[in-house]
Design a protein around this ligand. Sequence first.
Ligand code: ADP
Ligand code: ASP
Ligand code: MG
Length: 405
Amino acid sequence: MSLIVHKYGGTSVGSVERIKAVAEKIVAKHRAGDKIVVAVSAMSGETNRLIGLAKAIHEEPNLREMDVLVSTGEQVTIALLCMALEAAGVSARSYTGSQVRILTDDAHGKARIKEIDSHRIHSDLDAGRVVVVAGFQGADDAGNITTLGRGGSDTTAVALAAALKADECQIYTDVDGVYTTDPRVVADARRLDKITFEEMLEMASQGSKILQIRSVEFAGKYNVPLRVMSSFEDGPGTLISLEDDDQMEKPVVSGIAFNRDEAKLTIRGIPDQPGVAYKVLGAISEANIEIDVIVQNVAKDNSATITFTVHRNDLARASKLLEQIAADLGAEEVASDDRIVKVSIVGVGMRSHAGVAATMFEALAAEGINIQLITTSEIKITVVIEERYLELAVRSLHSAFGLEQ
Ligand code: ADP
Ligand code: ASP
Ligand code: MG
């Protein structure tokens, strides 16, 4: 008898019909003998709708209340799914995050899971019930409701699987696995049978929203076998696996990720001296603004330029701060640009292959796409380019590295 954690995302529970279909799927697996714990998201569009309501009342809503609000989406789907399971003759019980208890820190809107109490879940499973847990939420030490950040139900599922020592965590979604790139952008993207944790981590951190990055971190840390599969049709999906698998083919590039959520800031004409980068970037970090790509160059006249990227939501705040810093340092100019995107190629095979960057830059040059910034890690190369070239860049890189079906 296996213990499997299932996770169903927003589209998979987006209507009453879809919820019934998901219930049928769970019933079939339950009858076949699996013990099943399910994590569900809110119905598709619901979390955005709730955020919209809050923003209509206050530009920067209180974070604690925001979590009380947005966590309601998942409370609806756990109840409806349990009703559908009961209607199909299977005993089921729903729990919110705080009922389970999924204990988190108190960072509202981006809380981290610290501990999961698995007592109630185990006793329900032993009684033959299916357990349905609200994704995306938990509670802090004081019992305040917290949420885990957008896409956080993935992390709930993996954390449950780790706590329950499940045999597998299956992420059911609206695509039938992890593809070489977002199939909405490249029609002939190919489903991968397997991808390593390391690669999946880079793909997620570079913008692939198929899995929340923390869910992949969790799965890697606690060795949870993780599979992405379709809630609409049967199939093997994609297994996120450990690299030491010798059977595994190691293509140079496994996938292409992109991120439309970033913006670029530049400060020009600052002194090329120790401590200047700290003055500029330290102040931004202290304001709790996450900095991603950073590039510094020094001109012939010994003045320096620092360029970096931040989340688009933070651009206004970061710009304001940078203006102040520029005044303090006597900088020449501050510029900002929110019409940029980040495109990354990812693959463990890059470690042992030279010339990957050249192939990437050649493909972009052939399309007349200007590269604004470049950063690399051992298994990834990222470029920042103009937003309007995003689709063209992803498609041309996809074919340059032979990733199509
Ligand atoms: P869910 O609501 O089930 O959590 P998401 O919308 O969060 O689903 O994630 C699934 C979507 O991720 C797909 O519809 C697809 O457009 C997108 N996606 C981005 N990159 C990839 C990729 N490399 N492989 C598959 N899907 C991807
Ligand atoms: N409903 C939440 C969101 O839209 C969590 C999730 O779907 O994973 O971000
Ligand atoms: Mg998701």
